[in-house]
Ligand binder design. Structure first.
Ligand SMILES: CC(C)(COP(=O)(O)OP(=O)(O)OC[C@H]1O[C@@H](n2cnc3c(N)ncnc32)[C@H](O)[C@@H]1OP(=O)(O)O)[C@@H](O)C(=O)NCCC(=O)NCCS
Length: 280
């Protein structure tokens, strides 16, 4: 019997969290028990267990309505790599997506597997973190009110392209949300919550980089010296400012997408000329 034959693939449940924390620690990922619990509650997952029921691999799938899903927490125990466990976990998790287009952020180690499974690179994610310098509290940013939730969700859906209501409800439960208003409407928002070694600021949904920085500064200003993390796309342009406020670039990942069949058909058509410059 090969080692591979001793591996069972089962549904990931709360009983796997302790083993999962060990797997992510072995990769020097910062996830605490609570961080795994949060993602588990929002996701369907697949676990690989050995003959002693020890957890040897994980892959979670977080659906955002019917619009798309993210694949995350893909780890195979170091002693079990190169045996096809990662591919098996991914294939099972992808089946759970039921045709939704998929997104993920890959490590260098994961990249070859994802490419083989039809994912394509769409960008670069930069991880910035550190002990934030004391900052002035920016004007025009305030804590959200209970009545803002619907507008926040609508804004997020427009920016992210999928219904992340369940995630946003969890962010409200576990963290805090700040908003910027323009008249009666909410123009931008950002969440902060405990994560890993400290707290993470995100998502940050804003019309421009200046507004995004104001939201981040609002959260950061209330906790000088705290260990904060922000993951930003390299194209957003806010990375140099994050470094300036004490959150240097420490690593990152490769943003990837796997279109669904429907999407692939749409993607064949592109805008080659604008209606005019005013109308886009
Ligand atoms: C990424 C990871 C999950 C892969 O798990 P694994 O069980 O070793 O993967 P598999 O044995 O199923 O191999 C997957 C495929 O990738 C290929 N592959 C793996 N590493 C490769 C490399 N460096 N170059 C080219 N191909 C590679 C394998 O040949 C295999 O292809 P095949 O199925 O066509 O034969 C594992 O390396 C891991 O846990 N890494 C640390 C955590 C991590 O970075 N996870 C990714 C997070 S996004």
């Amino acid at each position: 019997m090969t080692m591979q034959n001793q591996i069972d693939i089962v549904a990931f449940g709360p009983e796997h969290i302790d083993g999962a924390v060990e797997l992510s620690r072995a990769e020097s990922w910062p996830h605490r028990r609570e961080d795994w619990q949060l993602v588990q509650q929002l996701s369907a997952g697949i676990a690989a267990v050995d003959a002693d029921r020890r957890l040897t691999g994980t892959t979670l799938l977080t659906p955002y309505g019917q619009d798309c899903a993210t694949i995350n927490m893909v780890i195979v125990d170091k002693s079990m790599r190169g045996l096809g466990v990662g591919r098996k976990l991914m294939e099972r998790a992808m089946a759970l997506a039921e045709g939704r287009p998929l997104r993920l952020v890959a490590t260098k180690e994961g990249l070859p597997l994802y490419e083989k499974l039809g994912f394509v690179t769409t960008g670069e994610i930069r991880q910035h973190q550190g002990e934030v310098r004391p900052l002035d509290r920016p004007d025009g940013v305030e804590d959200m009110q209970a009545g803002d939730l619907g507008s926040l969700k609508a804004l997020d859906r427009e920016a992210y392209g999928a219904d992340r209501s369940a995630l946003i409800d969890a962010l409200v439960r576990h963290g805090k949300i700040a908003v910027i208003r323009k008249g009666e409407t909410i123009e931008a928002w950002a969440a902060i919550r405990p994560f890993g070694r400290g707290e993470v600021i995100g998502p940050v949904i804003a019309p421009d980089a200046k507004t995004a920085c104001a939201l981040i500064a609002f959260h950061a200003a209330s906790r000088p010296g705290a260990f904060l993390r922000v993951d930003t796309g390299s194209e957003t342009g806010i990375a140099p400012w994050l470094s300036e406020i004490g959150l240097p670039h420490v690593g990152g990942g490769i943003a990837m997408r796997r279109p669904s069949k429907d999407n692939a058909e749409q993607a064949r058509r592109k805008v080659y000329a604008l209606a005019n410059q005013a109308l886009g």
